[in-house]
Every structure is written in structure tokens, then in C-alpha cells.
Write a protein that binds this ligand. Structure first.
Ligand SMILES: [Ca+2]
Ligand SMILES: [Ca+2]
Length: 249
């Protein structure tokens, strides 16, 4: 009787052990984000994956990641430079270059798509995610999480970029994705959100359609060319947050 009970306990332990090994719990700081560019609605590049994994990233070793490299620049291209060259758990900014091999034969529309491949796990926890591009149609930066929350398709955000003119070849744009290192409302990019950032928003308040430092949001979470209540609301959400103090996020 005693040994039968012990046998059941042992069997229970073994089952528990297997269950524990099989269970994947996302570390709040870990994540993966797929980034794709599109010209005239056609995917113009392979998926680039922005990642921050510690050891568990090895589970996804088929991802285009070269670990151990210390070049913080990441590439985004039609051809072969499409991998993330940062260390696997890097906290560095993710630099993106939009590249073309052949000159465009017409002016092309351009957009970039972000999606979480392992939703709801591995989404970088609550780390702020801010993206800025030199060919973002409006605004200097936008909050990816705000855009995700308001996107028509869950876990997929599409951002229109400026058109790529006829005859363009090589690099046609660059962008920087900050994960956990920049706060959207920090329009001065000083690391801290305060009244100085509000002053920049106030300066652009009510102006006509254009590109403004204070344009950090819009009805769908993406800068819309105007500085109004959407931007003020985004600023208020971030007021007094500090990029160096996660407790304030
Ligand atoms: Ca600031
Ligand atoms: Ca706006």
C-alpha cells in the first residue's frame, strides 16, 4: 500500500516535471518583432526581426539573427543584409535601412508593417516601443503599442511612408526602433518627459497639415500631420516618465 502511494507520488512528480519543462513563460524583457517594407503593396524585403532574447532565444535559432556580433546597425533590404546584427539580448537601438538594388521605374507608394510573431508571449513586456523614420509621412516618432492597440488587425500595424520617387536606387530611407530606451512624449529626446516637451507640442498646436515634432499620435495612434488633442493625450500619458527608470513606465 505504502509503495503504491509512493509510486503515485513519483508518477505525479514526473508528470509535473515534464509539464514544467514544456511550459514557456515569457520574460517581461524578451520579445520578437517582425518588420517588413512594402512598395506598391508588394513586400519589398524579407522579414527583419527585432529581437531581445536571453538564453531562450535559442529556441528560435531559425530566426535571422547573428549573435555575438557587435555591430549595432541592423539592415533591411531586398537582398541579403536582412538580419539583426546586434547581440541577441541587445538593448541598443534597432537601426533600419530601406534599400533597393535596382532603380525604381515609377514613383512607388511605401509602407512598413510591424507584427508580433509570438503574440501574446515575447512582446517585450511593458517596454516602450517607439519608431521614427526619416520618411515617415508625418511626425517624427510614434508609439508602436498605441498603434497596435488601435489597429484594425490585431497585432499588425501598417505605417504609410513617403512615396519613393522614380529613379531611386540604393538606400531610400532609414529608421530607428527604440525598445525600452525612449518615451514617446519625450519630444525633446532628453530621456525625461516634462513641461519642456509640452512646450514643443504647444509651439506646433493648431498648425495646418505638415510635419511637426509635436505630432506624436493621431486617431489611429500614428502621427497624422496635425498637433491636437490626440498628441496632448499621448503626452499626458507619458508625463514624468523617465527612459532610465522602468518604474515610471
Ligand atoms: Ca524631454
Ligand atoms: Ca497628431
Amino acid at each position: 500500500m505504502k509503495s503504491k502511494h509512493a509510486g503515485r507520488v513519483l508518477a505525479g512528480c514526473v508528470i509535473f516535471l515534464f509539464a514544467s519543462v514544456g511550459y514557456v513563460k515569457a520574460d517581461p524583457n524578451e520579445g520578437a518583432l517582425d518588420i517588413q517594407s512594402f512598395l506598391n503593396s508588394q513586400a519589398s524585403a524579407d522579414t527583419v526581426r527585432a529581437v531581445r532574447y536571453s538564453n531562450s532565444y535559442l529556441r528560435y535559432s531559425s530566426s535571422p539573427i547573428i549573435s555575438g556580433e557587435h555591430n549595432v546597425t541592423s539592415f533591411f533590404a531586398e537582398q541579403d543584409n536582412w538580419y539583426d546584427q546586434r547581440p541577441a539580448d541587445s538593448n541598443e537601438d534597432f537601426h533600419i535601412r530601406y534599400l533597393l538594388e535596382d532603380p525604381t521605374t515609377e514613383t512607388k507608394t511605401s509602407k512598413v508593417r510591424f507584427s508580433f510573431p509570438y503574440y501574446p508571449d515575447y512582446t517585450f513586456g511593458n517596454n516602450p516601443m517607439v519608431y521614427g523614420s526619416d520618411n515617415l509621412r508625418y511626425g517624427p516618432v510614434f508609439d508602436l503599442r498605441r498603434a497596435f492597440a488601435l489597429a484594425p488587425e490585431p497585432n499588425r500595424v501598417e505605417i504609410p511612408l513617403e512615396d519613393v520617387p522614380l529613379g531611386t536606387s540604393g538606400e531610400y530611407g532609414t529608421g530607428i526602433l527604440d525598445i525600452g530606451t525612449r518615451i514617446l512624449g519625450d519630444t525633446s529626446d532628453s530621456g525625461h518627459v516634462d513641461l519642456g516637451d509640452f512646450a514643443l507640442i504647444a509651439m506646433d498646436w493648431g498648425e495646418g497639415l505638415g510635419q511637426y515634432v509635436g505630432d506624436i499620435a493621431g486617431p489611429n495612434g500614428i502621427p497624422d500631420g496635425y498637433v491636437d488633442n490626440h498628441d496632448l493625450s499621448a503626452f499626458c500619458d507619458d508625463y514624468l516618465k523617465d527612459a532610465n527608470d522602468p518604474n515610471t513606465w
